[in-house]
Write a protein that binds this ligand. Structure first.
Ligand code: SF4
Length: 175
């Protein structure tokens, strides 16, 4: 755990978040991952949507690893953070059992995947024979990604980790 939090030197923060907030934010992420998989669904190998399958496996593996390397060292370990993942982490891993540097590298997953799937979605739509649903998926994917910015900023503004978290949208605001 980061030293200031172990010593309980924390700025004003929220101890736990409501179930509505947790479900809402998780649904947002799940929808974006689901849509990303849908955008590459037409890419087949022997009839199998291999890219979608690879993406599903990647999401699962990275999410489990993030619970270990990020969340097990978080202030919210064992608590309901804005995503509820602190609780999830405490069910799966010992506190501080991860490597925060690995967690930081794994967090690139959130930054790299949206532009890749936006580009992949465009290429699949142009090069392959897709229906109107592909373009609707792509449009919703873009809207959800844009919406995630203010939602993330709001969550980060209430989070105890915002001053030190490398991915915080409001890292500089200390009150
Ligand atoms: S605030 Fe972030 S790092 Fe901390 S437990 Fe929740 S999801 Fe994990």
């Amino acid at each position: 755990m980061y030293a200031p939090y172990r010593c309980k030197i924390v700025p004003k923060y929220k101890q736990s978040f409501s179930v509505t907030c947790i479900i809402g934010e998780n649904l947002l992420y799940l929808s974006m991952w689901f849509l990303a998989g849908g955008l590459v669904w037409p890419v087949r190998w022997n009839g199998w949507p291999i890219v979608t399958i690879a993406w599903a496996v990647l999401v699962l593996v990275v999410q489990v690893l993030l619970k270990k390397h990020n969340c097990s060292g978080c202030y919210y370990y064992g608590k309901t953070c804005h995503l509820g993942w602190g609780k999830l982490s405490s069910w799966m891993f010992e506190q501080d059992s991860g490597d925060p540097k690995t967690g930081m590298r794994l967090s690139w997953f959130y930054i790299i995947s949206p532009p890749i799937f936006l580009l992949a979605g465009l290429l699949v739509g142009i090069l392959l024979d897709v229906g109107v649903w592909h373009w609707i998926f792509l449009g919703v994917y873009v809207v959800l990604n844009v919406l995630s910015f203010p939602i993330r900023k709001k969550g980060c503004g209430l989070c105890a980790m915002r001053a030190v978290c490398p991915g915080s949208a409001v890292r500089l605001s200390r009150d």
